[in-house]
Design a binder for this molecule. Sequence first.
Ligand SMILES: Cc1ncc(COP(=O)(O)O)c(C=O)c1O
Length: 423
Amino acid sequence: MQYIAKNMIPGPIEIVRGKGIKVYDQEGREYLDLTSQTLCLNLGHGHPVILDAVRELLNADGFTYYVSPRFKNRKVAELAEKLVELAPKGLNKVNLHLCNGSDATEDGLKRARKYHRDNGKKKIVSLKGSYLGASSETISASGGNIWQEPCLGGSGDYIYIDPIEPYRKPAGMTLEDYTKAKISEFENLVKRRNDIAGIIMEIVPFNAGILVPPRDYMKGIEKVCNENDIAMIVDEIQTGFGWCGDILASNIYKIRPDIIALAKGMTSGFPALAATVFKEKYDVLNPGTSEYTFGAQTLGSAVALANINYLTTSGILDTIPEKHERFMSHLKRMKEKYPFVGDVRGLGLLLGVEFIHEDGSPDKEIGIDVFHACIERRLFINIPTTFPGYHSAISIKPPIIITPKEIDESMGRLDEALQSCMR
Ligand SMILES: Cc1ncc(COP(=O)(O)O)c(C=O)c1O
């Protein structure tokens, strides 16, 4: 451990084995994992679909485990075709030369700015509380700007706006009016300035606290982008590949962004592949300007294809609404029971629990206690990287293969953890 740099010192638990939603530490202790390990493993640990895809390639005679992405690759081409098939109509170009979510969001930013290079538009709107990546530019883009330090670079060409938060809508306002007001706020910003190249946003801002927007909000933002010819870059790194009940949340919200960023669940956590899918008019980058050595590999692409095939043919996505209801009925019960639980919410199996003080203001401290109380009960939940950041919500993002029994068991442990945090 003495050689591990300060920015990556891990916690005390060593995970040595995993199966489904369960992991085991060095002492053989079993944990229920509601985090999907940095929110990646939609099929859980050790799923045969993923393992078989890897084994098949590794066992093939002469398997080339690394080929430069500058050569043609059948699996990469197949995956690009599949992503276009699954994306909203009209998004028909794919960049798979990417390894991480940060590469994908940054690819979106580059495309928006290059498209607008001749008209001086270079500002990008981003949501407060968001996390979009760890490269200099994506740190700069992230609206949960606790990491931003001038020495870390990034263009700084961002305008941060508040996300829509149905739970915190102004008193006396209907959700419909609040939604309209938030759309107008964005529209006025775009019209007031003439330097905006695009907006980058998640559909359900994850690190800001699982803020599920009304359907009309996303449609409204899309309309403003289209009418003003600015790029709508949607980060589906958290929402993509099953958790929300579809391959893409864009399909659930019936929106057609200009650029969609994908990573994490695309390969069910198998390293390292990310992608952007976008409209042809954003196919503007020169070779080499958004292309990484380890992108576009056969192994990652084959795993992504196997994963997507399973997600789209096994019926697993049809189980999401029922699992959502089961989680929500537990969480709603906990909200009734614990006064410091202000709101419980979610889309599919992206779920959030927001903590409040007695006066309803965000309690930015208690989440850490809940997190530790969960670990003591051998339950992993997620504290957003921004914690205590925008508000004070923990998130639950289990592998989607979780069973009803595991939902009940894990929610029993969360209940006990909350009980232990009563002040
Ligand atoms: C919404 C979102 N965008 C981008 C990223 C960056 O992805 P990566 O860590 O793979 O670079 C993350 C990572 O957690 C994320 O949650």
